[in-house]
Write a protein that binds this ligand. Structure first.
Ligand code: ADP
Ligand code: ADP
Length: 229
């Protein structure tokens, strides 16, 4: 499974201004589609529609041929994993945070997910919240470390479809490289939609869409787009 399609999707937050002006794409199972474009182009809006935070004005979004209108919120959440830009963690162990959403996972599975995301060394630690003091068991996590927790959670959940929202944008370039490796491991064999703002982070995508003012202005492989730009 994991076949994601947009078919001529139009969307507006308010009637005066159309935000998505007929978006169509097809991500076959296991393939990676990247959407790039300037700030305000409509990239995050596309991911919000996939999670059904909003509904298209017209057009269809389907997973394995089924319109997502007709899918329960619960099965939508099971089908789609998200690695957000900024992850808010529970004030409990990193292990608990990784297990969140997969209460049935064994300790061995949690450790394996943590190992792949390279955070198994602090699985028993408790993250300090925003502005929290570092306590006895407390641990102040960097943005990159929090993102690794989200990655480990997603590895454990193993959804057929993965949405990565500008996943490495807030990180320094060393951390970005390491996170990119971990993300490449999660997305391998999974249908993946990457929302990015730079072409350089999506070299391996099977297809790249360039979005501008709610329209697809270019589409192709990384190599093809480099020749045009
Ligand atoms: P991107 O992710 O490409 O930066 P967005 O999808 O976040 O773009 O936003 C696309 C456009 O929709 C922008 O002009 C933005 O101001 C507008 N927008 C985003 N969210 C809302 C909202 N909740 N209500 C009204 N307009 C919004
Ligand atoms: P929040 O209230 O912070 O959105 P959720 O429990 O709704 O927390 O989501 C937990 C994680 O799943 C977050 O990383 C969030 O970005 C992501 N997420 C949110 N909505 C969905 C969804 N419909 N399907 C899959 N993942 C989702």
């Amino acid at each position: 499974g994991g076949h994601l399609r947009f078919d001529n999707v139009h969307f507006s937050y308010d009637p005066e201004r159309e935000i998505l002006k007929g978006i169509s794409f097809d991500v076959p199972p296991g393939k990676t589609l990247a959407i790039v474009g300037p700030s305000g182009a409509g990239k995050s809006t596309i991911s919000r529609l996939i999670f059904r935070f909003y509904e298209p004005a017209s057009g269809a979004i389907t997973i394995d041929g089924q319109n997502i209108d007709a899918v329960t919120q619960q099965s939508l959440r099971a089908a789609i994993g998200m690695v957000p830009q900024d992850t808010v963690l529970f004030n409990d162990t990193i292990g608990y945070n990784i297990r969140y959403g997969r209460a049935d996972a064994t300790d061995a599975e949690v450790h394996e997910a943590a190992r792949l995301a390279q955070i198994d060394h602090f699985i028993e630690s408790v993250p300090g919240g925003y502005g929290a003091q570092v306590g006895e068991r407390g641990l102040k996590l960097s943005g990159g470390e929090k993102q690794r927790v989200a990655i480990a959670r997603t590895i454990l959940k193993a959804p057929p479809i993965l949405v990565l929202d500008e996943a490495t944008s807030a990180l320094d370039s060393f951390t970005e490289g390491e996170i990119q490796d971990a993300l490449d491991r999660v997305s391998k064999g999974r249908t993946t939609l990457v929302i990015a703002h730079r072409l350089s982070t999506v070299v391996n995508a099977d297809e790249i869409l360039v979005l501008d003012h709610g329209r697809i202005v270019e589409r192709g492989s990384h190599a093809a787009l480099l020749i045009h730009n």
